[in-house]
Design a protein around this ligand. Structure first.
Ligand SMILES: [Zn+2]
Length: 404
């Protein structure tokens, strides 16, 4: 009992607060900031459930600024802050904000923030955000992050608002114990081993929302095939799957290729064709993480037409077009993500199972539309309020005349 107490004292676990949200009214200090690029460099310790490293934010000030403001969860400890290479004092408080008093002209700037700590855990991933420090069936560490509602600030300092994605993409340097793989968005540029640890350098050149700028760690096998897009681009399809499920991975990738053909038919070329189509097995059900869809549906299928149908795969992958490529700049328009993406699910039914399957799907899912509230709940709403509207069922049904 005493030993347990000591461990808890050394490594306290915090659940992310239900009140932590992203979006809403843009703060004036952040409204004049256009984020261009994030670099996140972290050492991840699965035993201590601890992260340590830094983030660099490159941005353009569109007006002179007196205070730089970044979102960052208060329970992680900021150690040092540099503005344009010079160390500066800062405040980091319970309001989950880092304040740096700084007179800067309207021009490019770079802020580096060194930090460490025990990241908050998710109590109900993927519906509530945070880290999951799980184990796979063989007892290996298996780590995932979700933060759609709470935003990237749960583990890296950022401007946490859906209206501003880093236009020039992001770099992630993830250091994990040797033998584990850290999988992340974009392309794997480099993998280096040092002191029984491996550092993975991932890079995406595409804009990406903060909640997709996450990573997964596990004892993964990479299973790959190629996919040729509707425009003739050959894209790698990579599935980071737990070793125990390796034999099931290629079939899942084949289903993903089928889903991609259908999505491309209606919505155009896969949006990230210069990087990868990615899938990563996670301990939570799933999330639309850009170029690395989180997958936790345990390879469960039903037949639609003659094909196996994995509803989670189809839905999360559809978000590459509706959420990741076309993103709401205000969470108030969350229906763009969920309504149109849910309609894409129905189009999959039409293509794979014919008119009968499509109609059955629309009838069944439309029953969920309560039609009690408008789909859009006003302007400048936060990630929580966005879900109060009928953004799935009613928004899905509203799409019908657009396409069919
Ligand atoms: Zn969705």
């Amino acid at each position: 009992m005493k030993i347990t107490g000591i461990i808890l004292l050394l490594f306290p676990f915090y659940a992310i607060s239900q009140n932590l949200k992203s979006g809403g009214k843009l703060k004036p200090e952040q409204a004049i900031m256009d984020v261009r690029h994030y670099t996140i460099s972290l050492d991840i310790d699965p035993d201590k459930k601890y992260i340590k490293g830094f983030a660099e934010i490159d941005f353009i000030l569109t007006q002179p600024s007196t205070t730089l403001l970044f979102d960052f969860w208060h329970s992680l400890q900021v150690k040092k802050v540099w503005v344009n290479g010079k160390e500066q004092p800062f405040q980091h408080g319970e309001d989950d904000l880092i304040r740096i008093a700084q007179n800067l002209p309207a021009q490019k700037a770079k802020v580096k923030i060194e930090y460490e700590g025990t990241p908050g855990v998710s109590e109900r991933a993927p519906w509530t955000g945070g880290f999951q420090w799980e184990k796979d069936g063989k007892g290996n560490p298996w780590i995932a992050i979700t933060c759609q509602g709470e935003g990237g600030k749960i583990f890296f300092p950022c401007k946490d608002h859906p209206s501003d994605e880093p236009d020039d993409g992001a770099d992630l340097f993830l250091t994990v114990p040797q033998g584990l793989t850290a999988a992340a968005p974009g392309m794997l540029l480099k993998q280096t081993n040092k002191n029984n640890k491996t550092t993975y350098h991932w890079k995406t050149n595409y804009p990406i929302s903060n909640y997709c700028l996450v990573f997964n760690v596990g004892k993964y096998k990479k299973v790959s095939r190629k996919y040729t897009t509707v425009n003739g681009t050959v894209v790698p399809m990579d599935f980071y799957v737990l070793e125990e499920n390796e034999s099931k991975a290629m079939h899942e990738l084949d289903l993903m290729a089928d889903a991609c053909r259908i999505l491309e038919k209606y919505f155009g070329e896969y949006p990230w064709a210069k990087e990868k189509i990615g899938l990563c097995e996670t301990p939570h059900l799933g999330m639309e993480h850009q170029t690395l869809i989180a997958y936790g549906n345990k390879f469960r299928y039903r037949k639609v037409g003659n094909e196996d149908f994995d509803w989670l795969l189809v839905h999360e992958f559809g978000h590459e077009w509706w959420a990741n490529k076309v993103t709401n700049r205000d969470w108030a328009h969350m229906w763009i993500q969920e309504g149109i993406c849910s309609f894409a699910d129905a189009l999959h039914m039409l293509e794979a199972g014919g008119q009968e399957e499509y109609l059955k799907w629309m009838q069944r899912t439309t029953r969920n539309a309560q039609n009690k509230l408008p789909i859009v709940q006003g302007d400048e709403v936060d990630s929580d309020q966005a879900y109060h509207g009928d953004i799935y069922g009613k928004a899905r049904f509203s799409c019908t005349p657009c396409v069919i």
